[in-house]
Design a protein around this ligand. Sequence first.
Ligand code: AMP
Ligand code: MG
Length: 427
Amino acid sequence: MALGSFACPIRSEINTRFQPKLPNTRYNRNVAILEFPTARKLVIDTFLAHRSTPEIELIPLIDASGRVLAQSATADRDYQPFDRSVRDGFAIRSIDLPGELRVVGEVQAGRVFAGDVGPGQAVEIMTGAPVPAGADQIVMVEHAEFDAGIMRTTRPPCPGEFINYKGCESKSGTEVLSAGIRLNYSSIAVLATIGQENVPVFRKPKVAILATGDEIVPVGSQPEPHQIRDSNSYSIAAQVLRAGGIPHILPVAKDNLAQTRALIEQALDYDLVLLSGGVSAGKYDFVEPVLAALGAEFFFDGVLIQPGKPLVFGRVRDKLYFGLPGNPASTMVTFELFARPAIELLAGQSHSHLPIVEAKLTVPFRHRTGLTRFLPAVLSSARANVTPVAWQGSGDVVAQARANCFLIADPNRESWQAADYIQVLLQ
Ligand code: AMP
Ligand code: MG
């Protein structure tokens, strides 16, 4: 990857101009602002306690990738189902090695050799073929000379070499996939192997997306100079899809109480409500007053992270909701950290993990302590090097799109040298 072209100019210090001030004008002054790990644990615990088992649907295997398995899958027979050669070569008796053996026949995949392999004998065998009775080792074709019906090898005896015995991978009736996993191409291969043409999966949660803001106009319109196109509804929808939910985008709510309330009420028909914007301390931030008027509980009113500090989480009329801050990067980061586990758990997944790795910084890096920061960065896969991307703060969608990960700045550490390891959240 051409790192330099993505990451120029490299900025190694985060401008504290973007440090949010502790607001004292926020609507829910008495509701806690939590540290990142506490807030994430609260979200995960709340969804685990709140969710009910989703309905189950039976779908064709070809459509099952990315879905959550609803019932554990068991082996319909032993795997391997027979003693199977894993190399092209010769099936022999290990006590005969090294030596010269008479080749008495061949067996290809999908066939069975009728006789036994006797003393001094070999049977030519192909990968995937059943090992003939009597043989207990395969000599690879590359390790043998074969001429006029005789094979010669210098290989030492090694009983069991290149044979996968019946049942060595899993026994008939044992669990091969547990319920609650998200199916990927390897688990799909397991389902195909055990003959599950149709797969029981959990119904996907339906997620309402409600952007707010007087300045926000639809993507298809030509904005006035002071207006902004609605990118959040679409980035959130993309993230909902990736998390395993079905997104439903509602019309953008203007910054007034009546319209915000009417649209939040519509959003309550869905399994989860994701609001964007209108949760800061501004005069026209109406999301929290409307939620309060609808009888909402507020579980937290901010998290000590940047971007995304004004994030709100709570319950209204038996539905859980997130008020995601409106700045595009804040919306994306808070989604990944909090809404994604919520959707994964509502979708029936048994676990939700953040994909965090450590990578080596290419440049020195500093930030102001106190907040956990999730900053756009480029991870170069070849050497696991990470470079912060220059950005203009959490409204900078273009810089965000140049990144392929978030660098995680520990709230208790101020500086890192080039070549220090730092945590990275994969995108
Ligand atoms: P707010 O959280 O409502 O104060 O919005 C913070 C910033 O994010 C403002 O500059 C908004 O214009 C911008 N913003 C809010 N909602 C959206 C949206 N749906 N799409 C793009 N930008 C947005
Ligand atoms: Mg707004």
